[in-house]
Write a protein that binds this ligand. Structure first.
Ligand SMILES: C[S@@+](CC[C@H](N)C(=O)[O-])C[C@H]1O[C@@H](n2cnc3c(N)ncnc32)[C@H](O)[C@@H]1O
Length: 218
């Protein structure tokens, strides 16, 4: 009998505490062969991002999508006119995304949030972080948070979408929903919090999500 791909995904995710970023490559590689499933492969952008960004005109602006996975948010951001770069630590995720979107305008790059290229510093008008940090234990989670704000350029915006831990109780991730102090930690490197909301998930009101916007003064 063929093994259950969802069960195999749970086995791979169990490695997250010992191999915080490495297990993602295994997951995407096995998913490409049908042996695992990618739970966040939804084909549509995150609802909280789509609602927030729907009237943006990205013409003449640069955007960066952090931990882009299979490209659902980056394709949406590029459709708004942004000159978009998107990266993920998994080379297979990037290859799969490029194969799915052969005519994409997005520049897809394999890169590690914990070791970013220097020329991305202060280079983007819009930076989107959707569910990357929540997928990491600590360490390296605090370092991952600290490495995102320096991507935002002068006058630029960072949007963070993440599951919320409102009680502070220990959770058995991944994912590890973010507590408020972790959201507040994005206000570093000169960024200021512009709006922080916590909203119930549209499909499961038992889950709360942060949508937090930070800006760098011009
Ligand atoms: C829960 S998934 C979310 C993917 C995507 N943001 C989405 O919403 O569809 C987390 C993603 O973060 C990526 N990731 C984890 N650690 C990373 C790191 N250190 N650098 C870059 N990407 C990373 C994983 O490979 C995975 O694609």
């Amino acid at each position: 009998m063929r093994p259950d791909p969802d069960a195999h995904t749970r086995e791979l995710a169990a490695k997250a505490t010992t191999d915080p970023t490495g297990w993602f490559e295994e997951l995407y590689a096995e998913a490409a062969d049908g042996r695992a499933t990618v739970p966040w492969d939804r084909g549509v952008p995150a609802a909280l991002l789509a609602e927030w960004a729907r009237d943006l005109d990205g013409t003449g602006k640069r955007a960066m999508v952090v931990g882009c996975g299979l490209g659902r948010d980056s394709e949406f951001i590029a459709s708004l006119g942004f000159d978009t770069v998107a990266f993920d630590v998994s080379a297979t995720a990037i290859a799969t995304t490029k194969a799915r979107h052969p005519d994409s305008r997005v520049d897809y790059v394999t890169a590690d949030l914990l070791d970013l290229p220097g020329d991305w510093r202060h280079a983007f008008d819009l930076v989107v972080e959707d569910m990357t940090v929540q997928s990491l234990p600590d360490p390296p989670r605090a370092q991952a948070i600290a490495n995102i704000p320096p991507l935002v350029g002068p006058g630029g915006t960072l949007l963070v979408v993440a599951a919320a831990n409102l009680t502070g109780a220990a959770t058995d991730g991944p994912p590890w929903p973010l507590v408020r102090a972790e959201i507040d930690a994005f206000a570093t490197d000169g960024l200021r919090a512009a709006n922080v909301e916590c909203v119930p998930d549209a499909t499961d009101p038992a889950i709360n999500r942060w949508r937090a916007e930070f800006r760098r003064p011009s």
